[in-house]
Ligand binder design. Structure first.
Ligand SMILES: *[C@@H]1O[C@H](CO)[C@@H](O)[C@H](O)[C@H]1NC(C)=O
Ligand SMILES: *[C@@H]1O[C@H](CO)[C@@H](O)[C@H](O)[C@H]1NC(C)=O
Ligand SMILES: *[C@@H]1O[C@H](CO)[C@@H](O)[C@H](O)[C@H]1NC(C)=O
Ligand SMILES: *[C@@H]1O[C@H](CO)[C@@H](O)[C@H](O)[C@H]1NC(C)=O
Ligand SMILES: *[C@@H]1O[C@H](CO)[C@@H](O)[C@H](O)[C@H]1NC(C)=O
Ligand SMILES: *[C@@H]1O[C@H](CO)[C@@H](O)[C@H](O)[C@H]1NC(C)=O
Ligand SMILES: *[C@@H]1O[C@H](CO)[C@@H](O)[C@H](O)[C@H]1NC(C)=O
Ligand SMILES: *[C@@H]1O[C@H](CO)[C@@H](O)[C@H](O)[C@H]1NC(C)=O
Ligand SMILES: *[C@@H]1O[C@H](CO)[C@@H](O)[C@H](O)[C@H]1NC(C)=O
Ligand SMILES: *[C@@H]1O[C@H](CO)[C@@H](O)[C@H](O)[C@H]1NC(C)=O
Ligand SMILES: *[C@@H]1O[C@H](CO)[C@@H](O)[C@H](O)[C@H]1NC(C)=O
Ligand SMILES: *[C@@H]1O[C@H](CO)[C@@H](O)[C@H](O)[C@H]1NC(C)=O
Length: 702
């Protein structure tokens, strides 16, 4: 027993220096023995609750589906046994027979089961080299588990409906032996939802109007090019970036009539960089002879190059895979984004002018401070001018300063405090002349990063606290009006706490917790189309293990998650908790739309266009939008119609436009919106003949 305590203590120390590896990172087998031992120990310490839920899931909003019957296409069924280092599984893909219809929504459904003992594995799904899904498998139990992922893949519409046979590839590198017995049984299905009958589709190709253009901007790309590895290969189609000096790149060629380009980047980090946010600075590692501990400090960024020049960056969300830190945290509620990893969009339209020469160009990826290994690839989404064989463009302005990373460290032996911070701004402006006219696109990426790392008790105590702010803004305008505005304000928070205390011979207590947060405010506007959303998603997991006199006296773990999404599309709210693998509570709150009743005063009798222009001029004033809009009560249809009449806006647009105005106005700290219910207004009106604004035409005469 003593030796097992020693080994546990040793492993925990190892854990502190080099936090637990999940096997989503298992790529190179050379480290496998260490990690297998490491993990098998951990697996043994987790008892399986015979009544534990077998359905594992990620808490996320549902996809808003049209009220039509989908046409479903079972694309692939495969059992992933010993697939590590083998070629991806491929099948032919042709659009389904129902293809003659128009679809408003296309959903990918990944459904898998597994039974036995197995690590978490990373996997990818590609169609013609374009990545559709990156995910991490759930760790099975001997009794078997099931999980599924629904992903809205409507944005890949042009690829999914291409009338030709394409190759669909899935790589899931699994290893099966006598100990690790779990085979992943996977079904992949695409569901195509036809448009609702009463929805009009404006298919008038000849009508050139601003709204038409704006809607095109708003909708899906006409062509998507893969920036990934070509088959055949014995691995995923992603590129592997193994150190900070490595840039992986791919040649591509675009048609000469492109007017918009967006690069969608997929990223996952493994092995020595799986927990990059907890990596120590190299001087600390050297001073303490921790040569096997991953270093390079806790700052990472993915830099994107076009023909060798920087065009954008990604400061990634800290996804924790299902075996990460403490696998029991993630059963049955998995870590944020672990089943469906986020991809990141970078608007590269300002640089289009350089790519329209009909010649090959190169996109490349590097990772600042990288250790082995990062899996990266991208999809290039392109919008084509159907009326012109050739567009032209030019870069007007580009400003980019490499991220300056500030590091502060103060340590003595293994005890110490480390602060790392950085920020970066990448801003580009370019014009494109197409049949729509000469449009200028301004793209801004703004990043801020803070990380504090504390080690005490000679390594038995460790706290990591990290915050990333990642803002993207894109403004496309004609000389006198905006065509398209898209803004995303993201914050990624991570807090990790671990405390190990020896309480005499054969006794110790180990406490750990993790907080993970993914927040995003999104706002999109083009012509009559408008979209706004707020997401607050926070997970807190904690565990306590107490051992007294060589036997476990306490083993508790639990995960709490609060998910709130308010969007123009749907509203979804969930408050859920698990304790020792069982769901403790799961409450869907009565979700209230953000917009309730509002009264707009004279100051706000401005067009949406004006407000957008003002945000263009002062983008920095809007970077932190308020989250206190729940106070506003539900607008009645009467209010809406009043406002429509009053403002002369299209009724259909009004509700959305109002939402946007509230955001804009509050975001700029102006007091332009007065919250008042109809009831209150009626009372007031009775009392002092007050505001007649919504009640009669006479208001318009003032
Ligand atoms: C499992 O459920 C059964 C019946 O509901 C119950 O008797 C048993 O105590 C439960 N076992 C555990 C470990 O919770
Ligand atoms: C996959 O589909 C097959 C055939 O339809 C079915 O037998 C199997 O149970 C499915 N497996 C999963 C994990 O859904
Ligand atoms: C797809 O292509 C085939 C042959 O090229 C053609 O016969 C068929 O009509 C096309 N289908 C659609 C829906 O366009
Ligand atoms: C990266 O390049 C620098 C300069 O050439 C070199 O000193 C360093 O060892 C390289 N690092 C790796 C990981 O290859
Ligand atoms: C690290 O190793 C060197 C050389 O083996 C030794 O002199 C030094 O004391 C060691 N430092 C620590 C903190 O163990
Ligand atoms: C398009 O507009 C930009 C900026 O206003 C200008 O520099 C460029 O010359 C224009 N291009 C054409 C072809 O008119
Ligand atoms: C980063 O940390 C420093 C020092 O703790 C603090 O002054 C600064 O406001 C933080 N920045 C962000 C973006 O959190
Ligand atoms: C590290 O801190 C602990 C208390 O947290 C103390 O007992 C130990 O002596 C310190 N080690 C060094 C090298 O200062
Ligand atoms: C983690 O646990 C410690 C000790 O109980 C506590 O001080 C800290 O607030 C916890 N952190 C989170 C994010 O729950
Ligand atoms: C620890 O356990 C052993 C064997 O169960 C027992 O003999 C011993 O008295 C215990 N020691 C303490 C301090 O409880
Ligand atoms: C979530 O539910 C728990 C238990 O009902 C409650 O204590 C907690 O306040 C709720 N949290 C939020 C943010 O609603
Ligand atoms: C932000 O708004 C304030 C007050 O409205 C103004 O003084 C300031 O110049 C604005 N900042 C920027 C960067 O436009």
């Amino acid at each position: 027993m003593a030796s097992s305590l020693f080994s546990l203590h040793f492993l925990l120390l190892l854990f502190l220096y080099q936090p637990l590896f999940s096997m989503a990172n298992l790529h190179k087998s050379k480290n496998m023995i260490l990690r297998s031992n490491h993990r098998s120990h951990l697996i043994n310490t987790i008892p399986f609750n015979e009544n534990s839920s077998t359905v594992y899931f990620e808490v996320t909003k549902p996809i808003k589906l049209p009220n039509t019957k989908p046409c479903s296409y079972h694309v692939l069924h495969h059992d992933f046994g010993f697939t590590y280092g083998r070629p991806p599984v491929v099948v032919n893909y042709t659009p389904p027979a129902c293809y003659s219809q128009k679809f408003t929504k296309i959903v990918l459904e990944w459904k898998a089961t597994c039974k036995g003992t197995q690590f978490d594995r990373i996997f990818g799904v590609w169609l013609s080299g374009v990545e559709l899904l990156r995910g991490c498998t759930a760790e099975p139990t001997p009794k078997g588990i099931i999980w599924s992922v629904d992903k809205d893949i409507t944005r890949y519409n042009s690829l999914l409906l291409k009338n030709q046979t394409q190759t669909l590839a899935v790589y899931l590198g699994n290893i099966v032996d006598q100990t690790y017995t779990g085979v992943y049984h996977v079904n992949l299905t695409f569901h195509f939802y036809p448009v609702e009958c009463n929805v009009m589709i404006n298919n008038d190709e000849n009508k050139i109007s601003l709204n038409n253009l704006a809607s095109n901007y708003y909708s899906k790309a006409d062509l998507i090019l893969p920036i990934s590895q070509d088959r055949p290969l014995n691995d995923g189609l992603w590129f592997e970036v193994r150190n900070s000096n490595e840039t992986k790149s791919k040649q591509f060629q675009i048609p000469e009539n492109v007017y918009r380009a967006v690069l969608e980047v997929y990223i996952s980090f493994h092995e020595n960089d799986e927990f990059w946010y907890g990596n120590f600075q190299n001087d600390y590692i050297a001073a303490n002879n921790l040569s096997d501990t991953p270093g390079n400090g806790p700052f990472r960024e993915i830099v994107i190059y076009l023909d060798g020049e920087v065009v954008g960056a990604v400061w990634p969300f800290t996804v924790i895979y299902t075996g990460g830190i403490n696998p029991s945290f993630w059963t049955p509620i998995t870590g944020i984004s672990s089943f469906n990893l986020p991809s990141y969009d970078i608007e590269i339209t300002p640089f289009l002018g350089n790519m329209l020469d009909g010649k090959p160009h190169t996109l490349g990826f590097s990772v600042t401070n990288a250790l082995n290994v990062w899996f990266i690839d991208a999809n290039l989404h392109l919008w084509l001018d159907t009326r012109k064989a050739k567009t032209e463009g030019g870069l007007v302005m580009f400003s980019n300063k490499a991220a300056n990373v500030y590091e502060e460290s103060d340590f003595k032996g293994l005890n110490g405090t480390f602060l790392t911070s950085s920020k970066r701004l990448i801003s580009s402006t370019g014009w494109i002349k197409s049949s729509y006219g000469n449009m200028t696109t301004h793209s801004i990426q703004e990043f801020r990063y803070n990380n504090s790392l504390q080690v005490a008790k000679d390594g038995d105590f460790q706290v990591v606290d990290q915050m990333i702010h990642f803002n993207d803004r894109v403004y496309t305008k004609m000389p006198f009006h905006h065509v398209h505005v898209e803004e995303s304000f993201k914050t990624f928070h991570l807090n990790f706490y671990a405390d190990f205390t020896v309480q005499g011979e054969g006794s110790f207590i180990f406490f750990s917790n993790v907080t993970l947060g993914f927040n995003e405010n999104k706002y999109k506007h083009g012509g009559l189309d408008f979209f706004i959303s707020f997401l607050r998603n926070t997970q807190k997991a904690q565990s306590v293990i107490e051992v007294k006199n060589y036997s476990t006296t306490k083993r508790l773990r639990g995960t709490k998650q609060v998910y709130e999404y308010h969007g123009s599309d749907i509203c979804y709210s969930r408050n859920i908790s698990s304790s020792n693998n069982l769901i403790e509570y799961d409450e869907g709150e009565n979700c209230v739309m953000i917009l309730k009743s509002i009264k707009v005063n004279k100051k706000l009798k401005v067009s949406t266009q004006f407000l957008i222009v003002s945000s263009f001029d002062h983008p920095s004033n809007k970077s932190s939008l308020p989250w206190s809009l729940e106070a506003i009560e539900m607008a009645t249809s009467q209010t809406i119609s009043c406002i429509s009449k009053h403002s002369g806006w299209n009724q259909q647009v009004t509700e959305k436009a109002l939402l946007m105005m509230i955001m804009m106005v509050m975001g700029q700290g102006r007091d332009g919106v007065v919250v008042e219910s109809n009831e209150q207004r009626r009372k007031k009106k009775k009392k002092n003949g007050g505001s007649r604004w919504c009640e009669g035409e006479e208001d318009d005469q003032q």
